[in-house]
Design a protein around this ligand. Structure first.
Ligand code: PLP
Ligand code: ZN
Length: 497
């Protein structure tokens, strides 16, 4: 919509003024660092960093109702810099000038109501937020949009001529990093480290297609992460893993969008999130708290984190008595929720700090459940069969919803929003393997025949098309009729009158 058609009081605010005082806060020694360079960890103590705006009070000079209206109107503004996650510029990274913002179509993914038949099977009405509809087909694009926009700002304002952006990945971080780095181009190049055989062929094809350098290493994600950390300590590289606190800011947009999509009324909502490295759940809690603090929402939703029982350090931590909780990494076992197959989540200290703040503000409203591999696969297939293209992690979320209902953590009167963190297509090999009965050995998942589906060959006598030789019209007519007869028989079709 053209600017002069917006209400008069909204017009001057459509394009945000860069501002605020963003800085890195060390969660460990409480140092504060200036945002004139990229830090991943505290240079003084090695602690994890969060980016905060020390002048965020300026946001409370406007009431929550103003921000709600502004963000809703911004959805109708077509200027690229304020589309996507930067619709919420003032709450994401107000430091970044609009000219440096990269928009590749990320964010504003739909929330889709589960069809009634599926809601009935599950025992509650719920929505799925299809974050697989992001440009690289996972939510990781949200964080990369923020991190690479900041990188563009740094390289431009400081005249940097060579930037090697590096990450370790369970598949989706590398796809997103390579995509955004490819768009930026110029001095920015990217390299990704992947655990060999532990990313899907689709995920491997993505950074290759984006022109990144791709390295396959033995071991699992946690091993690749250690190599990346070693690289970042000794060489000039720009780390794009979720240690990079700019990614957390971009991923907060998930929470802002859910708020917007439910008209800022989140009191009876339950947000369900699969957890691996704990970056996404951290960002979602942080985003919800910000919107609450500045009056955009007046109640905080319940949040339920979900882990596979084969990669469950966060679940194990929160199952202990509050007073005696001790964090310990776990050794992962193969999980079909492969993108969340992480035994030592990098963002765990951030998550623990945020859960504490969240429960201070909302009471007991953060829960972690664990689910079986079988429940994850069945969740994915069940959703896919009802028009919801969820990935294995989305299946994990759906399994988490069922577990939470059974445990009484959710009542059927509440409405759940399940985060399908990636597109089903990225994880189709798991579904095919399930159909073929190939998940029993490594993943311990038996195949239930009623959930399988296979293509059927149609056997037809006579001359058949081979794709290049021209057939006679008569032969072709016979082929068409015979094929139709076979299919009609297989489908048990009645002849039309
Ligand atoms: C990265 C990823 C996760 C896990 O998110 P974390 O931020 O690591 O907890 C879940 N699902 C998909 C599809 C992912 O790519
Ligand atoms: Zn520190």
């Amino acid at each position: 919509m053209k600017t002069d058609l917006f209400p008069e009081d909204i017009r001057p605010h459509l394009l945000p003024e860069p501002g605020g005082d963003l800085g890195y806060d060390c969660l460990n020694c409480r140092s504060r660092l200036q945002p004139d360079r990229l830090y991943y960890t505290c240079p003084k103590c090695g602690g994890l960093l969060m980016l905060t705006d020390s002048q965020s009070e300026r946001l409370s000079q406007k009431p929550g109702s103003f921000w709600r209206r502004l963000f809703d109107y911004r959805l109708m503004d077509n200027r690229q810099a304020i589309r996507g996650v930067f619709t919420f510029h003032e709450f994401i990274a107000p430091l970044i000038p609009l000219e440096d913002i990269i928009y590749l179509g990320e964010g504003h993914t739909p929330v889709v109501a589960a069809p009634p038949s599926l809601a009935k099977e599950v025992g509650a009405s719920f929505y799925v937020k299809l974050d697989g509809l992001n440009p690289s087909a996972s939510f990781k694009d949200r964080g990369m949009a923020a991190a690479l926009s900041y990188l563009q700002y740094l390289t431009r304002s400081q005249g940097l001529t060579q930037v090697m952006a590096v990450c370790a990945s369970t598949g989706d971080t590398s796809a997103a990093a390579a995509l955004y780095a490819a768009s930026l181009g110029g001095p920015v190049k990217s390299a990704v480290l992947l655990p060999r055989g532990r990313v899907t062929p689709q995920q491997l094809s993505q950074p290759l297609g984006s022109g990144a350098k791709v390295f396959e290493l033995p071991g699992v994600f946690d091993d690749c992460m250690k190599v990346v950390e070693h690289l970042s300590e000794r060489y000039q590289v720009t780390l794009l893993n979720s240690k990079n606190p700019w990614r957390v800011l971009g991923q907060e947009s998930y929470a802002y969008e859910v708020a917007q999509q439910f008209d800022y009324e989140l009191g009876d909502l339950v947000i369900i999130v699969p957890v691996g490295n704990a970056g996404n759940i951290t960002a979602i809690l942080s985003g919800l708290l910000k919107f609450y603090r500045f009056g955009l929402i007046d109640r905080l939703p319940k949040v339920i984190a979900v882990q596979s029982e084969r990669a469950n350090p966060v679940f194990l931590y929160y199952s202990q008595n509050q007073a005696e909780r001790k964090y310990a990494p776990v050794t992962v076992r193969p999980s079909v929720a492969q993108a969340a197959m992480i035994g030592d989540p990098v963002s765990f200290p951030r998550l623990a700090a945020l859960v504490e703040q969240y429960e201070k503000a909302a009471g007991t409203s953060f829960f972690v459940v664990e689910v079986t591999e079988e429940a994850i696969m069945e969740g994915m297939i069940q959703a896919n069969r009802r028009g919801l293209p969820v990935c294995t992690q989305g299946g994990e979320g759906l399994a988490g919803l069922k577990t939470a209902l059974a445990a009484g953590l959710i009542t059927p009167s509440e409405t759940a929003v399940v985060d399908s963190t990636a597109h089903a297509l990225k994880f189709m090999d798991f579904q095919n393997a399930y159909f073929d009965g190939r998940l029993a050995h490594e993943y311990g998942i038996p195949t239930r025949p009623e959930l399988t589906n296979r293509p059927q060959a149609v056997s037809i006598p006579g001359v058949l098309p081979d794709g290049h030789t021209k057939m006679s019209e008569d032969d072709h007519r016979k082929f068409v009729a015979a094929a139709a007869r076979e299919i009609a028989a297989a489908l048990d079709l009645k002849e039309s009158q």
